[in-house]
Ligand binder design. Structure first.
Ligand SMILES: C[S@@+](CC[C@H](N)C(=O)[O-])C[C@H]1O[C@@H](n2cnc3c(N)ncnc32)[C@H](O)[C@@H]1O
Length: 241
């Protein structure tokens, strides 16, 4: 089951998201750093890859991220995709998360890997990174989805995407991997202040892939036809003008 696919009405609080075991998987919890810290502590740093592995994403990532320049990976969690990217030639990946536990775990684990660095950062506000600091692009797998589970989903998504947009250079891209089809996701990606061109891929089972589909070239009924497969994911590519 995809935990982000539905909104539940029960609320948890930042102070104690575990007070009721039934709330442990409530989707509001996905927007709380305390939830993620507790989860990563309990799991002891064990790897967990949301949605898709590197193999199924590689053709899209290598087309839209620049291996030779600095890439920002927002919301790394306990993913290992950045390690595979590193061995595949990406020279400099900065992995951030607002949950300090996973950053401590991964920093210790990958201390000997040049070109992979880890930092605690909230991707809604990243003043420590200058405009255009990531010419290689920005990678997001499931982090915008997590933010959209919270009470301030609209404001959080807008802030995150503004920051991702700001740290790109002209021609570099925000690459976002999600369960969300265009009819629900494009409204966040196509806000007027975001000066980028949006396209997407649908990635399905057994190597099936469609895209890139340029959103500007599509009629609404074409966009409404997605998803075309069950159990597929979407990769949104937003290329800075
Ligand atoms: C669904 S998990 C995805 C983890 C990883 N990207 C993967 O694909 O396996 C979402 C991650 O985003 C992080 N996150 C959520 N909101 C964040 C924020 N505002 N800033 C930085 N990280 C955030 C969470 O701590 C969590 O590690």
């Amino acid at each position: 089951m995809f935990p982000f696919s539905s909104r539940m009405r029960v609320r948890v609080t930042a102070a104690d998201p575990y007070s009721n075991p039934a709330l442990y998987t409530n989707d509001d919890a996905f927007s709380l750093s305390s939830y993620w810290d507790e989860r990563y502590r309990r799991e002891g740093g064990a790897p967990f890859e949301w949605y898709r592995d590197y193999g199924s994403l590689e053709p899209v990532l290598s087309r839209h991220l620049d291996k030779s320049r600095r890439v920002l990976h927002v919301g790394v969690g306990t993913s290992r995709i950045q390690v595979q990217m590193h061995y595949d030639g990406y020279v400099d990946i900065l992995n951030v998360d607002y949950a300090p536990v996973c950053i401590q775990q991964l920093s210790a684990l990958h201390a000997s890997l040049p070109g992979l660095s880890y930092e605690v950062a909230d991707c809604r506000t990243m003043p420590q990174f200058g405009d255009g600091a990531f010419g290689g692009g920005v990678l997001d797998k499931g982090t915008l989805d997590a933010l959209l589970c919270g009470d301030s989903d609209e404001a959080d998504a807008a802030a995150m995407l503004r920051e991702c947009h700001r740290v790109l250079t002209r021609g570099s891209a925000y690459v976002g991997i999600t369960y969300a089809a265009p009819r629900t996701r494009l409204r966040y990606l196509q806000r007027p202040e975001l000066e980028w061109d949006v396209s997407f891929y649908e990635v399905g089972q057994q190597g099936w892939r469609e895209g890139p589909v340029a959103v500007a070239d599509c009629a609404p009924e074409q966009l409404a036809a997605y998803p075309k497969q069950t159990y597929s994911h979407f990769v949104y590519v937003c290329t800075r003008r």
